[in-house]
Design a protein around this ligand. Structure first.
Ligand code: EPU
Length: 456
C-alpha cells in the first residue's frame, strides 16, 4: 500500500474504522436524517486554544474524527490532560502542566495534520519554545506556511529551520505587531489570534479571514478573557492580556459536512435532513443549491435538503474566502453538477490543485475538462501559472460504477457520492482518509439506506 493508503488506514483505525475499502451498489436515493457535531475546522483550533488558559477548558460537540484524535495526541505529549466529559462529544482539557515535547513525539503524533503550526503561539507563551515537524494535510496544492512564519517573526519569535522541521523560540517574549496578510488565509489568521491574545500590547491584523469558524474561535478567546475587535474590511484588533482562563463552549456546527450531505441528497435524487445545520453560516451554499435546482427547508433543528425530481440546472461557481462559496463545498457539489442539464463552470481560486478528484468521475462516465485558465470570472492568483484550476462540467451524464481510490478528504467524500449515485457496483478504496473529517460516515450511510459492503 502506498503512503497515502497507510495514512488513510491510520486515520481510519484511529476512530475505530477498521475498513479501508467499501463496495457500493449505487443508484439508490439517500433518505433519512443525520446529526452533525462541531466543525472540524473550529474544534481542532479550539483544542489548541485550551493551551493558553491557566484553568481547564470544556469543549462540547467534538466529533469523533481522526483529526481530533491527532490534536488530542499533540496536546497530551505537551502535558495537557484530556478527559471525556459527561455529555457525548464533550472533552475537558487541563493545561496546568504544559511542558515541552520531543521532536520525535510531536512528529509521531502529528501524522499528516497541519495543526502543529498553530501550537506555536500558545507554546511560545507558555514555554518560550515550540517545534514543528514537516506538515501534511490534504494534497490539494502546495500549502506553504510562509504566512505563518512571517507572522510569528513579527511577534518576535526566532525561527530556525532544521533538517527535521522548525524550531521556534521567544527569549524576550512576544510583542503585539502590525500584520497584513497577502491573502485572507484561515490558518494564518488563526495564528495571529492565538499568538496576539497574550502578546504584550496591541496587534492589528489587516487582510484577515473572517470564516464563521474564525468568528467562533474569537468567541472562545473572548470567553477566556481576550480583547478582540472585528472591524469592517477584514481588520481585526487584539489587545494583549496577561492572563487567560479556560472556556466552556459548544462548537459551531460543521457546515462543510452539511454541504457534503446536501450534495449527496441532490446527486442521489434523495432527501436528507441534516440535524444541527444552520442557515446563516450557509447562505452562499444555499443560494447555489437553489440555483442548481435543489430544494431545502430551514428548521429550528436543522436543514432538509432534497432533489425535487425536476431537471437540475448548470451553474457558474467561483470558490472564494468567506463570504464567498467555500472551496470545501466545491468537490461534493461537482458530482451533482454532472447531472445538471447543460454546461457548468467551477473556477477554484483558493487551492491550485483541487480537481484531482475529477479523474475518477470521468472514469465513471462524467464529462469534465479541467483547464489552466481562469474560466468564467475574474483572473485569480493561479492564472498563467500552469495550474489546472478551472473545470467545465457537461451534463447530464449517467455515471456507472468503477474502482476508485480516495485522493483527499473532500475529494474522497465526492467519490462516495459518485459511487452512491452511479449505476452498478463501485469499489472505493482508501476510505479511511474520509474519517479525518466525517464522523461515523459509515453509520450515517447506513442510516440513509445506502447499499454497501465493507472490506478490510
Ligand atoms: N497560503 C499560503 N501561505 C500560508 C498559508 C496559506 O500561501 O502560509 C495559501 C494556501 O496555499 C491556500 C490559501 O492560502 O492557497 C488558503 O489557505 P488557508 O490558510 O486559508 O487554508 P488552511 O488554513 O490551511 C483551512 C481549512 C481548509 C479550508 C481552508 C479554506 C483547516 C484545518 N483547514 O485550511 O479545510 O479549505 O481553510 O477555507 O481549518 C478541509 O476541511 O478539507 C480543508 C482543506
Amino acid at each position: 500500500m502506498n503512503t497515502l493508503g497507510e495514512d488513510a488506514r491510520n486515520h481510519g483505525t484511529a476512530v475505530g474504522l477498521s475498513v479501508d475499502q467499501i463496495t457500493i451498489n449505487g443508484g439508490k436515493p439517500l433518505r433519512g436524517r443525520i446529526e452533525l457535531k462541531g466543525a472540524k475546522n473550529l474544534v481542532t483550533k479550539a483544542m489548541v486554544a485550551a493551551v493558553l488558559g491557566e484553568t481547564p477548558s470544556v469543549l462540547k460537540d467534538v466529533p469523533n474524527i481522526s483529526d481530533v484524535r491527532i490534536v488530542r495526541g499533540l496536546l497530551e505529549v505537551h502535558g495537557v490532560r484530556v478527559v471525556e466529559g459527561l455529555e457525548e462529544g464533550e472533552l475537558i482539557f487541563d493545561p496546568s502542566n504544559v511542558e515541552s515535547a520531543h521532536f520525535a513525539d510531536i512528529d509521531a503524533h502529528a501524522g499528516s495534520s497541519r495543526i502543529p503550526i498553530l501550537f506555536c503561539g500558545p507554546l511560545l507563551h507558555r514555554l518560550g519554545e515550540a517545534f514543528i515537524p514537516d506538515l501534511g494535510g490534504c494534497r490539494i496544492g502546495d500549502r506553504p506556511i510562509d504566512f505563518h512564519l512571517e507572522v510569528l517573526r513579527k511577534f518576535g519569535a526566532i525561527v530556525e529551520k532544521l533538517p527535521s522541521g522548525i524550531r521556534m523560540s521567544a527569549p524576550n517574549g512576544l510583542k503585539g505587531a502590525k500584520v497584513e496578510l497577502p491573502y485572507p488565509s484561515v490558518g494564518a489568521t488563526e495564528q495571529v489570534l492565538l499568538t496576539a491574545v497574550r502578546a504584550e500590547g496591541i496587534t492589528e491584523l489587516k487582510g484577515a479571514a473572517i470564516e464563521p469558524e474564525i468568528m467562533d474561535l474569537i468567541n472562545i478567546l473572548q470567553k477566556m478573557g481576550a480583547i478582540i475587535t472585528v472591524d469592517t474590511d477584514r481588520v481585526i484588533r487584539i489587545e494583549g492580556v496577561e492572563r487567560l482562563d479556560g472556556y466552556t463552549h459548544r462548537a459551531l456546527f460543521d457546515r462543510n459536512e452539511a454541504a457534503s450531505w446536501a450534495s449527496a441528497a441532490l446527486a442521489t435524487d434523495g432527501d436528507i435532513f441534516v440535524g444541527g445545520a444552520r442557515q446563516s453560516e450557509m447562505l452562499t451554499f444555499l443560494n447555489v443549491f437553489r440555483k442548481v435546482g435543489g430544494q431545502f427547508e430551514i428548521h429550528d433543528d436543522g436543514i432538509r435538503f432534497w432533489h425535487p425530481g425536476t431537471p437540475l440546472n448548470p451553474v457558474f461557481i467561483e470558490t472564494d474566502v468567506h463570504p464567498g462559496f467555500m472551496t470545501d463545498w466545491q468537490q461534493p457539489l461537482v458530482v451533482a453538477l454532472t447531472q445538471a442539464h447543460g454546461v457548468s463552470i467551477v473556477h477554484e481560486t483558493v487551492y491550485e490543485q483541487r480537481f484531482g478528484f475529477v479523474d475518477a468521475l470521468v472514469e465513471m462516465g462524467a464529462e469534465i475538462q479541467v483547464h489552466k485558465d481562469c474560466l468564467g470570472g475574474q483572473a485569480c492568483r493561479f492564472g498563467q501559472r500552469n495550474f489546472q484550476h478551472s473545470a467545465i462540467i457537461s451534463g447530464p451524464r449517467k455515471l456507472h460504477g468503477a474502482d476508485i481510490e480516495v485522493p483527499d478528504l473532500r475529494g474522497g467524500f465526492s467519490h462516495l457520492i459518485a459511487a452512491l449515485s452511479a449505476e452498478g457496483p463501485s469499489t472505493v478504496s482508501n476510505v479511511g482518509i474520509i474519517a479525518r473529517g466525517y464522523e461515523n460516515f459509515i453509520g450515517k450511510l447506513q442510516q440513509l439506506g445506502a447499499d454497501f459492503v465493507l472490506e478490510g
